[in-house]
Design a protein around this ligand. Structure first.
Ligand code: SAH
Length: 269
């Protein structure tokens, strides 16, 4: 009989941002394999003192798989702890396939992704009524090529919120793609480094034109989220279009309208 391997999203860095379920699993774990320096705090804070805790930073996929399988043969609960959400740029399938082949049980616990944490840090919203109702989570091509149709220029043409991972060293490519897609040079851009990290978070606001220089001035070259969105800065707009959810004229499942009702089948926000 072997134990179960849990792929747990540790959240963006602040150990308080792991889910309750993720924390409970860490508290029960006999072995934890964590991904690099970003999430070690949660592991060391919540795992039992006799837990076998290992950093995967220098391991190959094969070494990680062997380690996880050996751990599952020894312990009932084994955690693979990953930054943000395990399903986003987390090499999840590469890791789960050999486990399935070895008849080891596994499951995924989602986590707060760094895109959400970055917007939260800046007090910004991902969506806004009649401005954008869509969020694209993407990256630009580095060593991993983008599949056809997913080039940033094509995605940016939608003028939705773009959360761009793994691309801070390729900021010039982001600038080129957005300009080519018709975003103006003065479009607001947000960069957040180490979102949610107590004492280490950096928030840089700029425009498409000057964001690269501002990031260079701040020496931001890793662990950063780039957000381009027509919602950025909305907290200061005087003429905001209100969400229908809290509009007195709008009725929904949980509230009657108090003026000229518009009935919705669902709850918008
Ligand atoms: N699974 C992770 C993403 C891993 S890819 C998630 O859901 O967040 C690594 C990239 O995520 C980094 O290059 C950076 O773009 C982003 N990232 C991870 N942690 C971050 C943080 N605390 N603040 C800002 N960006 C972060």
């Amino acid at each position: 009989m072997s134990g179960k391997i849990w792929f747990v999203g540790a959240g963006p860095g602040d150990p308080d941002l792991i889910t309750v379920k993720g924390r409970k699993l860490l508290e029960q774990s006999g072995a934890v394999l964590f991904a690099g320096s970003l999430v070690d705090q949660a592991a060391t804070l919540y795992a039992p003192t006799d837990c076998d805790i290992r950093d995967s930073k220098e391991m190959t996929l094969e070494e990680m798989t062997d380690w996880l399988i050996a751990a599952a043969r020894q312990h009932q609960t084994v955690v693979r702890l990953q930054t943000g959400d395990p399903g986003l740029y987390g090499a999840l399938v590469e890791m789960t396939q050999p486990l399935t082949a070895a008849a080891i049980e596994w499951a995924v616990v989602p986590g707060v992704s760094s895109a959400m944490a970055s917007m939260a840090a800046a007090g910004e919203t991902l969506t806004l009524p009649e401005v954008t109702q869509t969020v694209i989570l993407t990256r630009v091509a580095g060593r991993t090529p983008m599949p056809p149709g997913e080039e940033l220029e094509a995605l940016a043409a939608h003028k939705t919120t773009l959360c761009i991972y793994l691309s801070i060293t390729l900021l010039h490519k982001v600038q080129e793609a957005l300009l080519a897609a018709g975003w103006p040079e003065d479009a607001p851009i947000l960069v957040v480094q180490k979102a949610s990290w107590p004492g280490e978070e950096k928030i840089v606001r700029g425009t498409l034109k000057d964001i690269k220089r501002k990031c260079q001035d701040e020496k931001i070259a890793s662990q950063a989220m780039i957000v381009a969105s027509p919602t950025l800065g909305a907290a200061d707009w005087p003429d905001l279009i209100r969400s229908k959810l809290y509009d007195p004229a709008f009725a929904h499942r949980f509230r009657k309208a108090t003026a000229n009702p518009v009935i919705s089948p669902e709850c918008p926000s």
